[in-house]
Design a protein around this ligand. Structure first.
Ligand code: FES
Ligand code: FES
Length: 221
């Protein structure tokens, strides 16, 4: 009997004549095989993400010879002293050294924008910024928007009013991109807002809600 994985009824099989039952068996086996490949790929991908994919700050497996160095960072208007590895990204420092978990990590390679913070007024991917390169620049995260009494920033309120967040994972980054936009351009057109948020992906597809939020915020800040 032919190997069900490599036997393609109707394909380049020479003098083989496939019966209806062998075709069905073969198709089912191929389907199972493909499912298995996809599943094993997903498992391998998850394992690499969990056990080594997040480079730049793996405390139990630092790069050979890597030594942390104590530096000062200006985060949300406060000086924070923190030990940082040479290859550590700002996203890792913020989340896992300073506890500022409002900054999310999605792709960890400059594609999704979930890690956006504002550095000296510019929306920046913190997963693609080495902490040692930040120096004394002013870093702002979503936590820095909190008012003195714990109240929401007007931009955050505008996002809520327009039902911007769906699952909410991308929301802090969308808001930080909006902060950078409105500080540079308080009255953007909708196209300018779309352009400013173009580096922030939303897997929930809430783009129109986010644009409405930005336009509402533009009228309130
Ligand atoms: S996590 Fe930084 S761009 Fe995706
Ligand atoms: S609201 Fe879910 S990813 Fe944007």
């Amino acid at each position: 009997m032919k190997d069900p994985i490599t036997f393609y009824p109707g394909g380049d099989t020479g003098s083989e004549i496939a019966t209806e039952s062998t075709m069905l068996t073969s198709k089912a086996s191929r389907r199972a095989f493909i499912k298995g490949v996809i599943a094993s790929g997903a498992v391998a991908g998850s394992a690499s993400f969990l056990f080594g994919g997040l480079g730049g700050c793996t405390p139990d497996r630092p790069a050979a010879g890597a030594v942390e160095r104590l530096i000062s960072l200006n985060i949300n208007g406060k000086v924070r002293r923190v030990d940082v590895l040479p290859n550590e990204t700002l996203a890792m420092t913020l989340r896992y050294k300073l506890g500022l978990t409002g900054t999310k990590l999605g792709c960890d390679r400059g594609e999704c924008g979930a890690c956006t913070v504002v550095i000296d007024g510019v929306a920046s991917y913190s997963c693609s910024t080495l902490t040692h390169m930040v120096g004394n620049r002013n870093v702002r995260t979503i936590e820095g928007l909190e008012g003195p009494n714990g109240d929401l920033h007007p931009i955050q309120q505008a996002f809520i009013d327009e039902l911007g967040p769906q699952c909410g994972f991308c929301t802090p980054a969308q808001i930080m991109s909006t902060v950078a936009l409105l500080e540079a351009n308080p009255n953007p057109t909708r196209d300018e807002a779309r352009h400013a948020l173009s580096g922030n992906l939303c897997r929930c597809g809430a783009y129109d809600h986010y644009l409405n939020s930005v336009m509402r915020a533009a009228g309130s800040v």
